[in-house]
Design a protein around this ligand. Structure first.
Ligand code: 3UK
Length: 526
């Protein structure tokens, strides 16, 4: 294993990293590049034409850290960031960490009531937000009984973060934290209940960058990363920020909603070597490629996560572009991907094998390990796991047990060590007394050329027994009707056990989804 941080990571072997007693993670990710001679190298390029070298990055991180300290924010206090993908995201995140404050990047697609909840729950001292989100953020601030002490826009004439950065001192000593100290939080939305703040430590980004970024992706200094998934997701934070910074590579930031067109344009213009997407976007891009040709020749590897990548999308993407998509499963709590396919070891339709540094166990309802080849609940242990959920001792105690994390996912591990996703624990169906994975039925339906997306949920039949119901978005909604339903049923009969056939087909034009693009099946259950 290459060790990218000789001074602060004392030793590393295949499965663990050892840190110096005083460790501030901004030093290896930001400052190290100056001492290693990378000051003039480009760290960031944006769709607005902004270019930031490693030297400018380190300087602006210091200035932003000082600006936050000058506002009177104290060590370990939280700075909520509702910030689009731009250079200031980096300055604020790393400036806060270097100064010993806790940045909390938040989903920028939320609404006022969600922001009000998160601001109150975090007990933050500051809220920093991009002008694009001012309406929702300011409405949230209105709703609060006590406003955080500092609320400031990233850009704008007076008192914006940008203007404070420009006026602040450029020297900043790293706060003398340790690898085990709290470093940043990420809120996880979850399909039910209120969002939970996962509290991550200084060591966590080192673990994901080394074990997944370097060991699985083989990321190198010459790579250029482009993540269609935004920085506020744990997935995007790794792809678009921590992995490139760990090896002195560069990143491309796009600050608006990713569409097939904007994503292809960004790839053609900035020529990334690593492209990170989600299955829904790959599916939409494939549809666009039916009628247009795009130049993806700079890309050496594509990555997918967030939800399982159907093998059909993998195969069509490879056929159309010649590129492999590495599917891997990650979570906010574990910070990044812990089970993944590899460039030289791809099993389409599976999540792949364990990433080094992580352990897995699959348990039945009584907490006993299931025999190999049987499905159960996936628990993961690894050094990037969040310390706790903020202010949620009960949820923490349920989910984080002896260093193990309950993913809430149902998985099967096969004889060769590949992990196969069978759905969220809470979305699994019992049909005729047999567990039935909505995911498997959806994958079958998506194979059909007339189907764009599918979501399968349990619905009670006349006898009150749960059976699968398919909600389907067609490539062309005009084809909806009984004859197409019969055609899809025939298609399902080729390859699915009879209890898995959908008993009803609903042709819809939209499926309810979370901000991260996951289908909210619970909203389809009636
Ligand atoms: C599901 C997957 C099947 C699974 C994430 C990469 O998605 C991320 O984090 P979240 O906290 O959601 C976690 C849950 O999403 N999931 C994610 N990836 C896959 N299911 N195959 C996949 N490849 O239910 C998991 O428990 O939003 C992804 C890196 C960092 C992340 N936080």
């Amino acid at each position: 294993m290459e060790n990218h941080q000789v001074e602060v990571v004392v030793s590393s072997d295949r499965d663990s990293l050892t840190f110096a007693p005083v460790f501030n993670v901004a030093v290896p990710f930001i400052d190290r590049h100056i001492s290693e001679g990378r000051s003039a190298k480009l760290a960031i390029r944006t769709n607005r034409g902004v270019e930031v070298s490693y030297g400018e990055l380190a300087r602006n991180v210091n200035c932003c850290g000082n600006a936050l300290l000058d506002l009177g924010i104290n060590p370990a206090e939280r700075v909520i960031m509702i910030v689009k993908d731009c250079a200031e995201f980096f300055y604020c995140f790393w400036g806060a960490i270097k100064a010993g404050l806790i940045p909390v990047p938040v989903n920028t697609l939320l609404r006022a009531k969600d922001y009000a909840y998160i601001i109150a729950d975090s007990g933050c001292t500051a809220v920093v937000y991009s002008p694009e989100f001012a309406a929702e953020v300011e409405a949230a601030l209105e709703q609060l009984e006590t406003r955080p002490r500092c609320c400031l826009l990233v850009e704008g004439k007076d008192n914006s973060l940008q203007s404070l950065i420009a006026a602040a001192a450029a020297d900043l000593k790293p706060a003398p934290t340790t690898a085990e100290d709290d470093c940043f939080w990420l809120y996880s939305s979850g399909s039910t209940g209120s969002p939970k703040g996962a509290v991550h430590r200084h060591r966590d980004m080192v673990v994901t960058s080394q074990f997944y970024g370097v060991d699985v992706l083989g990321i190198k200094e010459r790579d250029v990363c482009f993540s269609a998934a935004k920085l506020f997701f744990a997935y995007g934070l790794g792809n678009g920020m921590t992995f490139p910074l760990w090896v002195g590579a560069s990143t491309v930031l796009y600050d608006a909603r990713p569409t097939p067109d904007s994503t292809f344009e960004t790839i053609e213009k900035f020529k990334p070597s690593l492209y990170f997407g989600v299955p829904t976007l790959y599916a939409a891009q494939l549809q666009a490629l039916e009628t247009e040709t795009r130049d993806l020749s700079s890309v050496r590897l594509c990555v997918s996560a967030g939800e399982a990548l159907p093998s059909d999308i993998f195969n069509r993407w490879r056929q159309k572009t010649g590129l492999a998509i590495l599917d891997g499963i990650g979570s906010t709590e574990l910070l990044h991907i812990f089970i993944s396919n590899r460039v030289d070891d791809i099993n389409p339709g599976s999540s792949g094998r364990l990433v080094p540094g992580y352990e897995a166990k699959i348990l039945d309802e009584t907490g006993k390990a299931v025999p190999q080849g049987e499905s159960g609940r996936l628990w993961i242990r690894g050094d990037s796991t969040a310390r706790c959920y903020w202010n949620k001792p009960q949820k923490t105690a349920q989910t984080m047990v002896d260093g193990w994390l309950d993913t809430g996912d149902t998985y099967i591990q096969d004889r060769k060590g590949y992990f196969h996703y069978c759905g969220r624990n809470d979305d699994m169906l019992k049909v005729g007394g047999i567990w039935c994975s909505p995911f498997e039925i959806e994958a079958k339906l998506i194979e059909h050329p007339k189907v764009l997306e599918a979501a399968v949920v349990g619905r009670a039949d006349d006898a009150g027994l749960i059976k699968p119901e398919a909600h389907i978005i067609l490539q062309n909604h005009d084809n909806a009707g009984d004859s197409l339903a019969a055609e899809l049923l025939e298609h399902c009969k080729k390859g699915l056990a009879p209890y898995k056939y959908p008993r009803w087909f609903q042709f819809v034009t939209e499926l309810p989804k979370t901000a991260t693009g996951k289908i909210q099946r619970f909203k389809l259950r009636s």
